[in-house]
Design a protein around this ligand. Sequence first.
Ligand SMILES: NC(=O)CC[C@H](N)C(=O)O
Length: 210
Amino acid sequence: MIGLLDLQGGVVEHLDHLDRLGIAARRVKKAADLDGLSGLIIPGGESTCLGRLLRITGLDRTIVARHHAGLKLWGTCAGAILLAQRVVGGEPCLALLDVAIQRNAFGSQMDSFNTLAMVPAVASTPIPLTYIRAPKISDLGAGVRSLLAVDDYHAAVEDDVILATVFHPELTPSLAFHRYFAHKCGILTADGDEAGWHPEDWTRYAPLPH
Ligand SMILES: NC(=O)CC[C@H](N)C(=O)O
């Protein structure tokens, strides 16, 4: 089973992607929710807010302890910021992944964009990438591999137990990164229906008021 840290940020879109791949998932709001998980996704959102909530709930120490006991981690955007050991001009939070990261490195919310890239380790066809006030990853430590290098930064990196992406695969039809993370966690996946994806599919987890 894979958990979704559910304190703030883009949770339900990840749940929808995991469901498409036939992966059992659980929202994580407290320490007991981590029991029995193979992996935990730390979603995008606002890293300062998420970091504060992690400290207030004490989940920061629990996640670090569970990670050392085998829990795999994937951070998307703000989640990647929380995982980094070095935050340019700021303080690290979980400090588990040996990289530097610079917040808001592409500018303001208005500078958010979509693009497309080949990520050979993850899929054999180009993957759509959605950047929302994204960070840039640099200065990879020993043991950290780049999955996608662009210009002066890394957009996706991993070590043996952590995956970090500066973009949001959960906001695109692509299931490739969710499949990749599941396999990293030792979880088998169904084929998954990418063609049938609709941008509002996640609303079944959080219905919009009429
Ligand atoms: N899409 C996101 O997760 C944005 C991250 C946000 N800019 C931060 O620094 O926390």
